[in-house]
Each structure stands twice: as C-alpha cells, then as structure tokens.
Design a protein around this ligand. Structure first.
Ligand code: GAL
Length: 430
C-alpha cells in the first residue's frame, strides 16, 4: 500500500500538536482500518489549551476515532500467554467483535524477558515467538499491541525501556507491533530521585521520556497508536498531544466493581475539551463481563464509556463470554455513539443526587442523552426533567431509546423514564 509515516508539527490555535499520520493517497485508512476523511478542523469548542488539529482531508489521523480492541490485563493480568492471545484473536473474529470494531489485541505487562548481548529486548517463555504471534494476529485481520515503561522496570517488575527506547521501538516495528501502551511505573522513582522537591522538573523529565519514545516510534516508520499510562498525573490531557499521545490514561486503575467503575467514569466530567480526533482521554479499559458486574452495571459501564468517547478496550475473557455480555459489547448503536466522527466527548449537564444526565454531540446535529441512575433503587425520575435546554436541545425532540432499540417519537422535558438501580436510559435525539 506504500505507507509512509510522518510525524508532523502542526500549529493550531497557538498550540503545537504532533500528529502522527501516514499518507496512502485519497481514501486512506486509519490505524483502525476504518475509512476516514480525517479531522477536518471544523470543531470550535476547544479552549485555548487544546485545539483540534487542522489536518488536510488526505492526511488521516492515527486514532481518528477512539481506539477499539482488547487488552490482557483486566482478566489475565500476569498469567497471560501466547495461547491466550491467539485464542482471543480467534474469538474476536468468531464472536463478531472484530467486525464490530475491536481490532487491537493488546498484550499488557509480563511478556518481557531480559535483553540479549546487544541489548535487544527478548520476550519471555510465555511468548516464545513474538513475530510469529504478530503474524498470526495480523492474519486474522487484527492488530497487535504491546506494553512497556520509560523506567528500567515495568509495574510488574519486568524489563522496561529505559536507555533502550530506540532499540525497543525498532524491535516492536520488526515484530509488527501496531500499538504501544507506555506505563510510567518505575520512572516516577527516577524523576523523584533526580529532583526530590521539584514537581515542575519531575514533570519535565516525564514529558521528555514520553516524547523520547514518540520520536523513537516515528523513526521506525511504522504507524503505532501511542497510549500513555501515567494515571492522569500533572493534567496529562493538557500536554499529551504535544508528546505524540493518541490517548492518555486519566485515572488510576479500574477494577471490576460498580463503585470503582462509576467513580472513574463520573470523574471525567470537565475533560471533554481535551478530546479530539487523534487525542483521547482514557478512563481505563473496560471491565464489561468481568467480576460480578450485573447486566445493568455492564450497560452503564458501556454507555458511560461511549458517552465519554473513551477508547473501547475490552478486558474480559472471551472464552467465557456470555451472550448478554456479547450483546452489550457489540451493540452497534452504542459503539456508533463512541465512534462518532465528530470526536466530541460528552459532558454532564445535570447532577442532583443519584440521577445524572450526560449529553454528547453527534454528527448530523444529533445528540446522545444518557440518564444514569447511580442510586441503590430504581428511579421514576419524579420531579426530574430531562434538562434538554442544558443539553443544548429544543423543548421537544424526536428520540430513540438505544438499548431498547425503539423509536419513541417526540418527547419533551417532562417525559418520564424509569431508570433501574445502577442502570441507564440512553437516547439519541434530534
Ligand atoms: C499499571 C497499569 C495497568 C497495567 C499494570 C501492569 O500501572 O495502570 O493498566 O498495565 O500496570 O503492570
């Protein structure tokens, strides 16, 4: 296809943005394999802090929509093996998840072996041949992601990339890696040791470490989605794009329970101005299908992440996926809200007590409206309007109930829904 990577500095609204893209002529593919016309720079909502990149129509943005795929950590953690990755690749295809958009298969921490005499990173005994694994994953029409750290050790104390950044990026490219999650881990100790009482100097070191790997990836000539993981420290959303990040974690780790998931999701309010094609807030990987999340809790999780234009990186064990979980992860209309080409993250428009209403702008002048009930009993919305005005909508709208897959016709601010405990009603309105 004659792909050619380039790392380009673009000035947009006074902010220098690094946009990793590659040109393949008209009708180019994004890193997710989806046809795109790229970010057109039509958005106006960004503050002075972050401005949507102006990119010519023929120059697609890596991760023009939030990346979708699967990651090994949330379920397999340190036990993940080559076989788990192959099984997952097979199941992404046979369950329909690949065709629903989940194309990245990401190996998280604990694949790393030591280094050979030349300093080249080796995979450990759980992953006997990384190149062969990449070939297998690619043969299924999927892409392979990997994990490392700017520190000498990863969070699980495996080999990190410190001092080997270019060499590691080159090895990833040689293997055929398409996505890198780069997790701060032990590098925070290096920063603290060097500048014990100087947070600004520590922050500078962190940014430089992330930029170093960005440059190293650029040098390989292979497009890779670049995912920052430093737990949302130092307002990473303000500078992530400048170090080449396509996504950046905004929080500490998620876990498979409703309290942690909803705390993280609700905590994204206010970050919407930092999301744009190529640059996404990442509230961490999905726990849908993990732990003891109920049907309504899984629906809430998926809805909240879609409203946030969050990366949809599933984290469940596909060998045990129930039809219910499959239908939640693969709901096409919900995925379309997440992947909407406008690239707008939704925001909270109403919160009083357990009911919250969030709105997300969609292309074609439509909006997604989510009525969440974080409370312990079902809500009939007594005394609670839909807050259409606060969502930037007229007094009456035409609505579709997405999870019920039902057109509702015209509704107004006083239309009542019953929202289950830990559940949500998701509407698309125009
Ligand atoms: C954490 C990270 C997790 C996972 C883990 C692996 O720092 O937030 O998502 O990658 O490290 O050790």
């Amino acid at each position: 296809m004659g792909m050619r990577i380039r790392s380009q500095m673009l000035k947009a609204g006074g902010l220098v943005l690094f946009v990793a893209g590659w040109a393949v002529g008209a009708g180019a593919q994004t890193a997710q394999g989806a046809q795109t016309s790229a970010a057109s720079g039509t958005a106006t909502r960004h503050s002075a802090v972050a401005t949507r990149p102006h990119v010519a129509a023929t120059r697609p943005v890596t991760a023009a929509t939030p990346p979708m795929g699967w990651n090994s950590w949330n379920y397999f953690a340190g036990k993940v093996t080559d076989k788990d990755i192959r099984d997952t690749a097979d199941l992404l295809v046979s369950t329909g998840m690949r065709d629903a958009g989940y194309v990245y298969v990401n190996i998280d921490d604990t694949w790393e072996g030591g280094r050979d005499a030349n300093g080249k990173i080796q995979s450990n005994e759980k992953f006997p041949d990384m190149k062969a694994l990449a070939d297998y994953v690619h043969s299924k029409g999927l892409k392979l992601g990997i994990y490392s750290s700017p520190g000498a050790k990863t969070c699980a104390r495996f080999e990190g990339s410190l001092g080997h950044e270019e060499q590691d990026a080159a090895t990833y490219a040689e293997w055929g890696i398409d996505y890198l999650k780069y997790d701060l881990c032990s590098y925070s100790g290096v920063m603290r040791a060097q500048f014990p009482n100087d947070l600004a100097a520590q922050n500078k070191m962190m940014r430089e470490a992330y930029e170093k790997m960005h440059q190293a990836i650029g040098k390989t000539g292979r497009p890779m989605v670049y995912s920052l993981c430093q737990y949302g420290w130092d307002s990473v959303w303000e500078w992530g794009p400048q170090v080449g990040a396509n996504l950046w974690r905004t929080t500490g780790d998620i876990s498979a329970n409703f309290d942690r998931m909803s705390l993280i999701g609700r905590g994204q309010a206010g970050l919407e101005k930092y999301a744009a094609p190529g640059h996404w807030n990442d509230p961490d990987m999905l726990e849908v299908g993990n732990g003891r999340l109920t049907h309504d809790e899984n629906v809430t999780h998926m809805t909240l992440w879609a409203m946030l234009a969050a990366p949809l990186i599933a984290g469940n064990n596909l060998t045990q996926m129930t039809p219910d979980v499959a239908s939640i992860l693969m709901n096409k209309e919900v995925i379309a809200i997440d992947q909407d080409a406008l690239g707008r993250q939704g925001d909270r428009v109403y919160a009083e007590g357990p009911v919250e209403i969030w709105a997300k702008s969609l292309k074609g002048g439509r909006k997604a409206l989510a009525i969440f009930n974080f409370g312990e009993t079902a809500s009939e919305m007594r005394g609670i309007g839909l807050h259409l005005k606060e969502a930037g909508l007229p007094a009456h709208v035409t609505a579709r109930d997405v999870w019920a897959a039902k057109d509702l016709g015209r509704i107004g601010d006083d239309t009542k829904f019953t929202v289950p405990r830990h559940g949500v009603v998701l509407l698309v309105v125009r």
